[in-house]
Design a protein around this ligand. Structure first.
Ligand code: ADE
Length: 418
């Protein structure tokens, strides 16, 4: 049996069904897997991936293995692992996994170390914890990395900061910044799965409630739009004037968070920044306000100050809901200890959208192995985006027009004016 540290191998049959169910909505990845099986573009390459270990990720792992990769998979968040999926990956698919739901901080990092001890030549990250640990604890291994892939906005921001500081020692592809990723996964994936996580955790009715969304990036706008579609009154808070204006012109109320605290029934942070909700905000919230985070790290809600402020805390009044009582008697409900709600309380993004994200990961891995680049943060090639979007449309049964010869000529000329 391959090396592993998972919760319980007996969960494998349930995990296998879940992986197969997800696969039915991942036709692009399936197509890539079929080709990888024949062509083996990753033959013999040691790979370590630090991702949310879900049924969708399992299908990416199968694809990479089909391409010939010798893969170790670890969790990119202690709460997002699906234990039945890890069991099946080890038992049914022979993929080495180190991930257990609810693992503590030490185990989380021990698992990341296990991935690095595998001596990968390719790494894949969701949030950059693998690359960051590599640079801090195993700097001598950086040289052997041919390429790395990064899945999420927060990770790309971290890696660009590393590069700016002159610290980044390897080439990283910003998979997050591919249109086939952020336009769909961040917007529709996060939008729907955040609603899903909040509803599963609380069973609240969105219609008629006031939802305050902090951050109007692709994830924030996806979530705000889904909430509006379900009948909520949505308020957006922003620090970026352009994004704030977009939110305003998309029809949302925009105001500072302190002002929004008097209206909100539900507050959701999706900014990628620290302490977006803090003491002065909690003090001003209505009785019964619900607070959740859908950003990558659990830093967006200042839980320490909520804890200090509260005169009483009742943990787990429902699964994943903690109640804090403030000195004025008001209750605030914090979901999933401020961890990303869509993966902690629901199952992450639906497979159909992860199909495009993980197709981008698989094809970028194949591309990256063709030529080693100097250290830096690189974009996914346009041809990969075009291939994936064309194939995805086809699998959705959607046909589009083609440019006529005359139109092509017109678009490449500059002489013809009014
Ligand atoms: N990130 C968001 N949703 C996900 C999912 N279903 N699987 C893996 N990573 C994800």
């Amino acid at each position: 049996m391959v090396k592993h540290d998972v919760k319980d191998l007996k969960l494998a049959p349930k995990g296998k069904k879940r992986i197969e169910w997800a696969e039915t909505s991942m036709p692009v990845l399936r197509e890539i897997r079929k080709r990888f099986e024949k062509e083996k573009p990753l033959a013999g390459k040691k790979m370590s991936a630090c991702l949310h270990v879900t049924a969708e990720t399992a299908n990416l792992a199968r694809t990479l293995k089909a391409g010939g990769a010798d893969l170790v998979l670890v969790a990119s968040n202690p709460l997002s692992t699906q234990d039945d999926v890890t069991a099946s990956l080890v038992t049914d698919y022979g993929i080495s996994v180190f991930a257990i739901t609810g693992e503590d901080h030490k185990t989380y990092y021990d698992h990341i170390r296990a991935a690095l001890k595998h001596d990968p030549v390719v790494t894949m990250d969701d949030g950059a914890d693998l690359v960051s640990t590599l640079h801090q604890e195993y700097p001598e291994k950086c040289n052997q990395i041919f390429a790395s892939m990064e899945e999420t906005t927060t990770g790309v921001i971290r890696l660009r900061a590393m590069h700016k500081d002159g610290a980044l020692q390897l080439p990283v592809y910003a998979v997050n910044d591919a249109t086939t990723k952020y336009l769909f996964d961040n917007r529709y994936g996060t939008g729907q799965s955040t609603v899903d996580g909040i509803i599963r955790a609380t069973d609240i009715l969105l219609a008629g409630s006031t939802v305050v969304v902090a951050g109007y990036g692709w994830c924030g706008r996806g979530f705000a739009t889904r909430c509006k579609g379900m009948g909520a009154n949505v308020i957006v808070t922003e620090v970026d004037p352009i994004k704030a204006m977009e939110a305003a012109m998309d029809g949302f109320r925009v105001m500072p968070m302190l002002e929004a605290t008097q209206y909100g029934d539900l507050f959701v942070t999706i900014t990628g920044d620290i302490n977006v909700l803090r003491k002065e905000h909690f003090e001003n919230m209505k009785d019964g306000a619900i607070v959740a985070n859908s950003g990558h790290f659990n830093v967006e809600i200042d839980i320490d100050s909520l804890q200090e402020l509260a005169v009483e805390k009742h943990a787990q009044v429902r699964p994943l809901v903690d109640e804090y009582i403030l000195p004025n008697g008001n209750k605030i409900f914090l979901l999933a200890e401020g961890r990303l709600i869509n993966l902690a309380a629901a199952e992450g993004h639906p497979a159909s959208v992860m199909d495009m994200s993980f197709a981008t990961q698989a094809l970028t891995t194949e591309f990256a192995l063709k030529q080693k680049q100097p250290a830096g943060v690189y974009m996914v090639p346009r041809e990969i985006e075009d291939y994936i979007s064309t194939l995805k449309l086809k699998t959705m049964g959607i046909e589009i027009d083609e440019l006529t010869e005359e139109q092509k000529e017109y678009l490449s000329s500059w002489e013809m004016g009014t």
